[in-house]
Ligand binder design. Structure first.
Ligand code: NAG
Ligand code: NAG
Ligand code: NAG
Ligand code: NAG
Ligand code: NAG
Ligand code: NAG
Length: 527
């Protein structure tokens, strides 16, 4: 009786210990799971083994006991020689750089490494917080046709107000200035000698000779200098009701170095105008036929060198440049009828890269700059250019309201709060098929209007390395078989664990020659 009791309690204790141990090992190792174990066991080749589940590893040790499963969970491979163990690739995310927010840093983290298995998505979490004093580069592009004379006069007087208003937006602002008219040839401009010189001849105005575009002031934080340059500008005149603003915008966009755009800034061009735009094709009338390139055509004085060689740009070209250079544009339009044209241009062609509003009175320009700035700053929009990474699929999730993630890459009404995003990255092609450097890659998560981006290095699952390791003096396989990944790869005509059996029938031959992914199957001996 006593003995039985003792025995029972002993068993109970043992059971508790075992259960406790098992509970512990299950909690700490998600791979100790019968379903997964069976899955590993069913795999024959190293490649199948590593692909089926990240818990499966492969032992290709030649002394590994025959009959033991080479594909197994790690805790069952304890006696495999560590040098002959093909460890599976673990997917996951490592944060490599995660600097704090500053006036320059609005996105965290800045650099992550993602290890990806085929068709197993990984989420990377990141956050955006608008900096109070993020740098602003504002290019003021003046229309100097006579009809905009008042605007020029106003601009000379509103320096103080403009300073206050910009300081309200960000303490780190810089201004640049340039002015434009049109191509100086018929039918856009006068060609008789006198009127070429002074296009406002016989009027009350004394005008400057016309020009297409002059860049007059590089980016500077000095408002005084800006007002000075504006005050120095003289009006001029052209013939038709359209002008060469697109040529000016093109140069401002492609002459980044000359103009002095800084990389880590929000970039905005302000165009105050009362005319419409000449676009691609119009140049033909003046013999300017070449399609404009992305070459900067400004000379050392900031003047356009080839006004009559290149045609006007088309809106599509301007759109692509705004997108690539991450520049936004504000159209401040004096005439309500013409505003309709600019509104349509924005909605249909330039979309989120542009803002348009009516310049009711000339002082109103400050208001439009503020409105335009907020319009751009209050949206955040992430994307990744996967043109060169067709094997990657991504999905964005944003928690715009702070109440949960929705599938979106875009949040509106951004205030000064931090917004969390997730990007789900999936490898949709087997690494072996990707080509080039097939185990390593880099993509960038970018914001649409600012230069900041997250560098994402991608590492992909690798093929079995044991396939490259062919034991030189192999004494295991007979009849010229090679020992690969723990199996004898038999030459044509032989089969068996050690290629000891001659193939007899046609069926035998077929199975021995069976090809898989381009190489002779290592399971030839199984038949
Ligand atoms: C084992 O893994 C399978 C597949 O991953 C899963 O469905 C199952 O819930 C797991 N079982 C346990 C006990 O964890
Ligand atoms: C990534 O996050 C989104 C949003 O929370 C979720 O729906 C999705 O299932 C996650 N993907 C993975 C692989 O965890
Ligand atoms: C600056 O911003 C404050 C609050 O946002 C506003 O009350 C004030 O009028 C602004 N000042 C200027 C000059 O825009
Ligand atoms: C994506 O990259 C390709 C080439 O790398 C480029 O031609 C294309 O303009 C880019 N697209 C966007 C939307 O940035
Ligand atoms: C997700 O989007 C749906 C439809 O647009 C909306 O009704 C829901 O409130 C959103 N959920 C969150 C958490 O933002
Ligand atoms: C190839 O990948 C390795 C990492 O595995 C990396 O160090 C190397 O720079 C990559 N080479 C190229 C050309 O991308």
């Amino acid at each position: 009786m006593h003995l039985l009791k003792l025995y029972t309690s002993y068993t109970t204790i043992t059971l508790y210990i075992l259960l406790g141990f098992c509970y512990f090992c299950k909690a700490s190792d998600p791979c100790s799971n019968d379903t997964i174990q069976n899955l590993c066991w069913q795999q024959e080749t190293c490649e199948e083994c590593l692909q089926i589940h990240e818990c499966c590893h492969y032992c290709y040790d030649e002394v590994y006991p025959i009959g033991r499963r080479r594909c197994n969970t790690m805790n069952n491979l304890f006696d495999c020689n560590a040098d002959k163990l093909e460890r599976n690739f673990q997917s996951g995310v490592d944060i490599e750089q995660n600097d704090e927010y500053t006036d320059k840093i609005q996105i965290r983290p800045q650099n992550v490494k993602v290890r990806l298995r085929y068709m197993e998505p990984e989420n990377v979490t990141f956050s955006y917080k608008p900096a109070k004093n993020y740098a602003l580069d504002l290019y003021y592009l003046g229309d100097l046709s006579v009809s905009m004379k008042d605007n020029l006069e106003t601009l000379k007087k509103i320096g103080k107000q403009l300073t206050e208003s910009l300081t309200n937006l960000t303490k780190n602002y810089r201004l640049a200035y340039g002015s434009f008219l049109d191509k100086t040839a018929m039918p856009f401009y006068f060609t008789d000698a006198q009127r070429y010189e002074n296009p406002c001849l016989n009027s009350e105005y004394n005008c400057e000779t016309g020009y297409l575009f002059k860049h007059k002031l590089d980016f500077t934080p000095d408002m005084g200098k800006f007002i000075q340059k504006v005050s120095d500008s003289k009006t001029t005149a052209n013939i038709d009701d359209l002008d060469g603003a697109l040529d000016a915008i093109l140069q401002i966009l492609v002459c980044g170095k000359q103009v002095g755009w800084n990389p880590d800034t929000r970039k905005i061009i302000v165009l105050a105008t009362d005319s419409l735009l000449h676009t691609a094709g119009d140049g033909l009338l003046a013999g300017a036929v070449r399609k404009p390139t992305e070459e900067c055509l400004l000379d050392e004085n900031g003047e356009h060198r080839r006004p009559l060689i290149y045609d006007y740009p088309d809106i599509g070209q301007i759109h692509d440049l705004l997108r690539n250079r991450k520049v936004n544009i504000i159209f401040a339009v004096k005439n309500p009828e013409k505003l309709k044209y600019y509104n349509r241009l924005r909605k249909e062609l330039l979309r989120d890269f542009a803002f348009s509003g009516e310049l009711v009175a000339d002082e109103h320009i400050i208001d439009l700059i503020e409105k335009g700035y907020h319009n751009f700053a209050r949206q955040v929009n992430f994307f990744a250019n996967l043109t060169e990474h067709p094997h990657i699929d991504i999905k964005f999730f944003g928690d715009c309201e702070g109440i949960g993630f929705n599938e979106t890459n875009l949040c509106y009404n951004v205030e000064n709060n931090e917004i969390n995003f997730k990007v789900q990255i999936t490898l949709i092609e087997r690494p072996a098929k990707i080509g080039a450097n097939n185990s390593w890659d880099t993509i960038f998560i970018e914001e649409k209007n600012i230069q900041e981006r997250i560098e994402v290095s991608l590492e992909y699952e690798k093929p079995c390395e044991c396939e490259n390791y062919i034991k030189p003096d192999n004494t295991i396989c007979e009849n010229g078989g090679t020992f690969v990944c723990g199996y004898c790869n038999c030459p044509q005509g032989w089969k068996g664990d050690t290629c000891e059996l001659r193939c007899e029938t046609e069926d035998d031959y077929d199975s021995c020659r069976q090809l898989k992914d381009g190489h002779v199957s290592t399971i030839c001996h199984m038949q």
